[in-house]
Design a protein around this ligand. Structure first.
Ligand code: NAD
Ligand code: TDX
Length: 334
């Protein structure tokens, strides 16, 4: 495939930056990142990439004047930018409506004007949750049933994309991925929070009983799936991305503790998240069978060990956010 120019929104965030690294390693493409650099965006996450192939534009996806010329000069748009943390959405939902709904709408209008290929990044949380101990998993046909303000705005953004495909013929695909882990994830999220707590001598914090199940996938595998969909996905389709990584939170915290040389019961139970989804699980068969995608990180413990090492070796990256993040949690008993 010949070199393209990609517009990657949210490319200074956790998964967006993993995707930009993946594209630079695996293709000849050039990339413009459009990122507002909110509390979750890090310039440093793009620092080691070649300036001749990656440029960062600091701006808001909900600002049509910024978005329009960037879309006009791109061959395809990959839309990661969003407010992404459930707990934040429970305390202050406003920014989620603005970035996730108005931001997606603004991009859709631009790709409609310019006839640009669009890929929308979404989450399995749009489907609500599943019971524990059933074989049931989410598929592209599972009805939408979001639980939190965050997942409701992601569900709304997916529906906008579907409507723009059907009503205006926009050339879009959607992917709904399960929980990501890996380097450069904000310390507000479960795995990096517990790793950096342990580095700081703070006991890990488990919401409720810790029996909630998440289906973990490495951010690099999410990235390879998105690239594959961009290259070979069917326009109008929704693809679910997952790597058969179901684990409950208690198991994950115990693994982190053991890997970091502590007793596996050296953690505290704290207040549960209101409306806390019980279980997510993805059936990624169409992605594997139709697009021949498969994950590279099949061993969760090995991926987790590498992630722990990354946080140990990159304290400069996460330290500036740590105290304020913990203070926010402490204020609500978590
Ligand atoms: P993140 O919070 O680490 O990064 C989000 C990025 O978007 C940040 O760089 C931020 O500055 C930027 N951003 C936010 N609002 C913006 C705006 N209005 N304009 C421009 N930039 C803006 O999030 P993440 O975990 O990397 O998630 C990226 C995407 O993947 C999101 O759409 C999220 O819903 C989706 N997703 C995440 C997961 C997960 O496990 N983290 C799983 C499935 C899907
Ligand atoms: O300190 C904690 N203790 C704890 O038990 C934190 C921060 C979380 N948890 C629990 C809540 C969840 O069951 O761990 C699980 C994972 O929590 P998060 O990292 O906040 O992720 P989650 O709410 O599952 O959502 C993530 O996956 C889907 C991403 O943040 C979303 O952006 C994505 O859409």
């Amino acid at each position: 495939m010949s070199a393209r120019h990609l517009l990657v929104t949210g490319g200074a965030g956790f998964i967006g930056s993993a995707f930009v690294h993946h594209v630079i390693e695996r293709t000849e493409d050039t990339v413009t990142v459009l990122d507002k650099l909110t509390y979750a965006g890090h310039r440093a996450s793009l620092e080691d990439l070649p300036a001749s192939r990656v440029r960062l534009v600091v701006g808001d996806v909900a600002d049509a004047a910024v978005v329009d010329p960037l879309v006009a000069s791109a061959d395809a748009v990959v839309h990661f930018a969003a407010e992404s943390h459930n707990d934040n959405s429970l305390h202050d939902p406003g920014p989620f409506l603005q970035s996730n709904l108005i931001g997606t709408f603004t991009l859709l209008e631009a790709v409609r004007r310019h006839g640009t290929r669009f890929h929308h990044i979404s989450t399995d949380e749009v489907y609500g949750d599943l019971a524990l101990d059933t074989p049931e998993r989410f598929t592209e046909f599972t009805p939408y049933n979001p639980s939190s303000p965050y997942s409701a705005t992601k569900a709304g953004s997916d529906l906008l994309v579907r409507a723009w495909v059907r009503s205006f013929g926009v050339a879009a695909t959607i992917s709904n991925c399960s929980n990501n882990y890996g380097p450069r994830q904000h310390v507000e999220k479960f795995i990096p929070r517990q790793i950096t707590n342990l580095i700081d001598g703070i006991r890990p914090r488990l919401y409720g009983a810790g029996l909630n199940v998440r289906d973990w996938i490495h951010a690099e595998d999410h990235s390879s799936a998105v690239l594959r969909i961009l290259e070979a996905g069917e326009i109008g389709r929704t693809y679910l991305i997952g790597a058969d990584g179901e684990k409950n939170n208690k198991q994950v915290v115990e693994l982190i503790l053991t890997m970091m040389g502590r007793d596996s019961d050296d953690y505290d139970h704290v207040a549960d998240r209101p409306g806390h989804d019980l279980r997510y699980a993805i059936d990624a068969a169409p992605l594997r069978d139709e697009l021949q995608w498969s994950p590279r990180f099949r061993d969760f413990e090995a991926g987790l060990a590498a992630t722990i090492l990354w946080y140990r070796e990159n304290e400069d990256w996460w330290r500036p956010q740590k105290a304020a993040t913990e203070a926010k949690y402490q204020a609500v008993g978590q």
